[in-house]
Write a protein that binds this ligand. Sequence first.
Ligand code: NAD
Ligand code: MG
Length: 298
Amino acid sequence: MPESQYSFDNPVDRYPHIHPPEELVSEPGRDSELDPPADHGEGSYRGSARLAGRKALVTGGDSGIGAAAAIAFAREGADVAIVYLPQEEADAAAIADQIRSAGRKAVTIPGDLGERSFIDDLVSKALDGLGGIDILVNNAGKQIFCPNLADLPDDQFDQTMKTNVYAMFWLTKAVLPHLGPGATIINTTSVQAYLPGEVLVDYATTKAAINAFTKALAQQLAPKGIRVNAVAPGPIWTPLQPSAGQPPEKIPDFGSQTALGRAGQPAELAPAFVFLASPESSYVVGATLAVTGGMPTP
Ligand code: NAD
Ligand code: MG
């Protein structure tokens, strides 16, 4: 593992080539149960005041990619509110500790983003706790594999759409009146938007929608000084995957199909989120930053 995100080494084996067991964990997966554990940069991310004084709201900030972004944001000087499901309280508490250890304010907001009624409540809790919002990260996501369309339950299709697409729309709309020039919105899409897997028809559809939403909204908000971008991760070792995100037999080789030949770690995503959140990316608008280990994107 690298000493910091700046360590100069070979990306092929910067992180271990993992072969996790086939076992299926219940949804939502917990970081605390992940075997092998994932790296969110707890021991390595070094901040340099790139987000000093900023206020960030990160959905799915309890675990995986969102947790890595939340830790990095805090170490870069931002106060951070994280949104997660009530069953994920233990993961959320660990990340809130990381945010506080960085000397920043942590606000924890449990609830179901698939429920329209939760959105206004969560926005007022975030505004109260942070004193404003100028970075919004729509990162929460649902991914359940299903090999046959005939077996894809209507309810699963609905919940995947609600979590991945509707929540992004609802939350962005609710936060927008509170965003000023310089604010940034970052949506987590996926390589699945471009290389949709046969067992992820519903999920891949949402990720393509997130890309289109990002690009359209980016043009609408750029004249107001609000930048909207996306990050497209490749196969990253997070609780989403062993909790029915993939068929269990695919888990031992998860990520080995990439050019780097290994799964990515959440910590490897954090610099992309920091870059898009920070003013150093001032001319980057409507972009999707691919962090895929070499899986091709357009
Ligand atoms: P993760 O399980 O750690 O994070 C997803 C989070 O979404 C959960 O922690 C949970 O808090 C939140 N969530 C799900 N449903 C919710 C709901 N109804 N209400 C509130 N919160 C809810 O997994 P991750 O891989 O870090 O996922 C983060 C994002 O990255 C997702 O959008 C996912 O689609 C995307 N992504 C992941 C990968 C990968 O390989 N892990 C690849 C591409 C894209
Ligand atoms: Mg989680």
